[in-house]
Design a protein around this ligand. Structure first.
Ligand code: ATP
Length: 200
């Protein structure tokens, strides 16, 4: 074991690539997983400091009776890169701190941080190794259509707003190919786990 304890594995991938599914397989192998997207949603709904900053920047409409008004906020930041930067500057530091607190509480030697924007947010730099889950674009679209109530055009638009797989691969230590079935993904995870253990 090196000085970096616990050993942090970052996992990322584009929309519908299967990073959550892969992370669940890692979890079954005993690796605690921090899901950045789920935690970010929770923080935006429950952290009063974060809520106040979002309201100050985006107005009262940012929240409704159900909590964060994602439709309103997405529309704002989707059309305006500066607004996206403002939102990120509120949410990212809070998630970063939340992850650090979670990490401190973990007893396992290897832990995992799952994030759709692991590379874009720069948080890949705090990981000891990075995994990208890669799938052909048509499969990602088909799987996402099956999962979410989104059109092909909406999915393509999201893909075009994310970094490319080439950019992800350039920053990754390991690639998991998820073009096969779930049994194939499980086996890819198991093989990657063996390689990770050699790096710890
Ligand atoms: P997002 O960033 O969009 O939340 P994700 O990368 O976390 O997506 P998942 O939710 O894990 O992706 O997978 C997308 C969908 O594809 C899910 O419905 C999942 O069950 C399905 N899926 C994942 N891997 C496979 C596979 N190998 N075969 C068939 N379906 C799969």
């Amino acid at each position: 074991m090196k000085n970096n304890h616990p050993f942090v594995v970052g996992i990322t991938g584009g929309i519908g690539s299967g990073k959550s599914t892969a992370a669940k397989f890692f979890e079954k192998l005993g690796i605690p997983v921090y899901n950045s997207d789920t935690r970010a949603k929770l923080i935006q709904n429950e952290n009063s400091e974060v809520k106040a900053k979002i309201i100050a920047a985006f107005g009262e409409e940012a929240y409704d009776e159900n909590g964060l008004n994602k439709a309103y906020l997405s529309k704002q930041v989707f059309q305006d890169n500066e607004k996206l930067k403002v939102l990120n500057s509120i949410v990212h530091p809070a998630v970063f701190k939340d992850f650090e607190d979670w990490k401190t509480a973990q007893k396992a030697d290897i832990i995992m941080k799952e994030a759709a924007i692991l590379i874009e947010s720069g948080s890949y730099k705090d990981c000891d190794v990075v995994i990208s889950v890669i799938v052909d674009i048509e499969k990602r679209i088909a799987r996402t259509i099956k999962r979410d109530n989104l059109t092909r055009e909406e999915i393509l638009s999201r893909i075009n707003h994310q970094i490319s797989d080439e950019e992800r691969i350039a920053k990754s230590d390991f690639i998991i190919d998820n073009n096969g079935d779930l049994a194939h993904l499980k086996s890819e995870v198991e093989q990657t786990f063996i390689k990770i253990k050699k790096r710890v």
